[in-house]
Structure formats: C-alpha cells, structure tokens
Design a protein around this ligand. Structure first.
Ligand code: FEO
Length: 399
C-alpha cells in the first residue's frame, strides 16, 4: 500500500522506513529504525528529489507511482550520493527513460564510480546559484560540500519556501505516520537520536555545517525537508539552535558525563563514588556510562551534549584500556572541542593510563584537562575519600 503525505500542496513526501536494519552504515545501532525520505514536486514538470536505500525500494516505487499518477517523471535531483539515498537512480532511469538527472560535477563523478556511468546523455550539471524552472516553482541549488560528503548540495524551492536539506537536520528513527517534527514529542523522543545522528555522521564537519547555516540564513525558509527523520515546518529555531551549537562544538548542557571502563568493578565503583560526591555538592543530571557496554555513538552524542567529561579507566597492557582508547580516538576523528575533562586511572602495579589519556586529549582543540586527578591502586578505599572530594571540588569550581 502506498504511503504518501503532502508537505505542501505540490510537494509530497514519498519516503519509507526500515525497522529491520540493525546497524546504519554497518556501524551505528538503530533500535528505532531509520527513514529514507524522498520527495516529489508536482508542477508543470515533475521532480523527484533524491531516491532511497535499496532496502525500501519496493515501498518507494509504490509511493512514487501513486504520487505521479499517470504523469511521467521529468527530473531527478540528486542532492547526495551516499548509497542510502542514491541506490535507486539506475532503476529510476530504467523506469522513466526520459528523466533528466540533475546534480553537480562531483555528483556525476560519484555516479560513474558507483554505477559505471554518469548518465551523460540525460545529465544536467548545476553549480552554486543555478536554478531550474519547473513551471510555477523555481529550484535553487546551493552547494553544501562535506555536509556530509564532498558532492552534497541542498535544493531550495522559493515558491513554497522549502529547503531540501540532504543529510542536514536528519535523524535516526523510523517515521511512524507522523512525518513532521510538530506531530511528535521531538524533545522527548527524537532529540537524542537527532544528536547521535548529527554528531557521529556529520560531527567532524562543523565548519562545513556553519558555512551551510550561513547560506541558509539568507533564504526565507518555512519548511526543512531532510533525508532522514522528521520534517520541520514549525519552530525551526529549535533545530537551528541545536545545529548552531553542535556545529560550533558548544555544549548544550552544563553537565557532567562520567565514562568509565572497568574490568572487575573497582573503577566503576570509584566513578560512582565521584558521581555521588558531585551530587552531594548540588550537581544535578549527572550521567554515568560503562564504556564497555554503551555504544560509542551514544557516548559521542553525550560528549557533544555536555560541558564536562570524566574518563576513568584501568591501565591495560601498559596502555589505555581498549574500549576507552577507541572512544578517545573517535573523539579526535569527530573533532570534539571545548570540553573540561577530569581523569581517574587504575593500575594494580603500574598505573599510567591517565598520562596516556592526557596525551590523547591534548590533540583536541580547546579541551582543558584538570590537573587534579585520581590514581587508584586496584580499588578505591576509604582512605582516598579526601582525593575524591578534591576532584569533585575541582570539577565543581569549573562549572
Ligand atoms: Fe543518509 Fe550521508 O547519507
């Protein structure tokens, strides 16, 4: 059965959700599924804006056929060439032999790489500022390199004031009939997945997102149509403010997130003791995570959210405990910045991981690591309560 909803009178959402996929990009757990959004503009000419992942192709074509009715497809605009959106380009060309494919020079270069053809006989190559008249609508093409790939662009429909924002403003999570952010409790049910999507997928490219936000500020936008997750047609300031913070690496919350790795529970116990000491000093909404059984993408999301981080880990083979090292490496890969960090280390005979973590954190921009730190020898005993209090005080002084 087709599932199509109107975004405006002439723009339809024809996307589909996958609730079976376990790992997005074969890395990120998506227990709430994911949607692949695709849109059709029905003007004097018909336009499809991006396709979908192969896994939902059946639903997508049912939706597209319903949306078009007995009309042909005139244009396919390709805003992004990652396969979760471009997988159906070949099938579209096969089904609609007269369709023209619109992309930029890099788009067609990637088509050749993925499909062995750049569809030259039907390609329309656009660059920054180019437009496409479709009747009463004019589509404006705005390049958005590295949001999230080099070829990424966004398309703006000046008539309905709709921005087709590619990966920008996307989120993990299947759409459950409610395709608009104002139809769901976004803050309660979607924000964590939107942050996890942004920080892990696009997080490294904050400067590129800033460049796109500046371009977007020059457009009169009423609706934001991303390629994943809910569409924004109300309260755009909410998500724009989140993107402003995330892309400049500013914390959303003045908050402490404690992340520990612990082989036998002793480092965990010390981390919990620190959380308790902070709570006694009046700190609220403290978060504590076991790095070994929390997916690194959730930790990255929390790291972007919070102003203050604590890393606690045992020394392992003379180095950093592997899951903690993986997290620190991921922080560097995603260009995490502007944090205050405290360290706790454990070592039964030669604790040295705080020094090693400190060296890794020194590679990050604007990250302050407190001088006060705790070394545990096997287990934190009551005689270290003074050190615990000193670390808690040092953290509180910076909040
Ligand atoms: Fe959902 Fe960068 O693609």
């Amino acid at each position: 059965m087709y599932q199509v909803r109107n975004v405006t009178d002439e723009i339809l959402w024809i996307g589909a959700s996958d609730r079976r996929l376990a790992l997005f990009e074969n890395i990120f757990p998506i227990p709430r599924g994911v949607s692949y959004n695709s849109y059709v503009l029905l003007d004097e000419k018909t336009v499809l804006l991006d396709t979908v992942d192969a896994s939902v192709s059946g639903q997508f074509f049912e939706n597209l056929e319903y949306a078009l009715g007995d009309r042909n497809l005139d244009y396919l605009v390709v805003n992004h060439m990652e396969p979760d959106h471009c997988a159906m380009i070949g099938d579209i060309v096969h089904r609609y032999p007269e369709v023209k494919v619109v992309g930029n020079a890099k788009t067609f270069g990637m088509m050749k790489q993925f499909f062995g053809t750049d569809f030259a006989e039907r390609a329309i190559t656009v660059k920054e500022g180019d437009t496409l008249e479709t009747g009463s609508h004019t589509l404006h093409f705005v390049m958005a390199p590295m949001v999230h790939w080099p070829e990424a662009m966004v398309t703006y429909d000046a008539k309905d004031k709709v921005l087709f924002s590619a990966d920008g403003f996307g989120s993990f999570g299947a759409l459950n009939g409610n395709i608009f952010a104002d139809e769901v409790d976004f803050d309660r049910d979607w924000l964590d997945d939107a942050r996890r999507y942004y920080t892990n997928i696009v997080g490294k490219y904050g400067a590129s997102v800033q460049a796109l936000l500046k371009k977007a500020a020059g457009l009169d936008i009423a609706v934001i149509c991303p390629l994943h997750g809910p569409i924004w047609r109300e309260n755009l300031g909410y998500i724009l403010e989140k993107y402003q913070k995330w892309s400049t690496y500013e914390a959303e919350d003045k908050a402490v997130v404690i992340m520990y790795a612990s082989m036998y529970g002793d480092t965990a116990s010390a981390a919990d003791a620190l959380a308790g000491a902070l709570a006694e000093r009046g700190l609220k909404k403290i978060a504590v995570y076991d790095v070994s059984n929390t997916h690194v993408s959730e930790l990255i999301s929390e790291i972007f959210r919070a102003s203050h981080l604590v890393f606690a880990a045992p020394t392992y083979n003379g180095g950093i405990y592997p899951v903690m090292e993986n997290l620190l490496n991921d922080m560097k890969a995603l260009a995490v910045q502007k944090k205050t960090v405290a360290l706790m280390e454990n070592g039964t005979w030669a604790a040295m991981t705080a020094k090693q973590m400190r060296e890794k954190l020194a590679e990050l921009k604007d990250v302050t690591v407190l001088d006060t730190q705790i070394t545990i020898k096997s287990a934190m005993l009551a005689d270290q309560k003074k050190e615990l209090d000193e670390l808690a005080d040092a953290i509180m002084e910076t909040i």
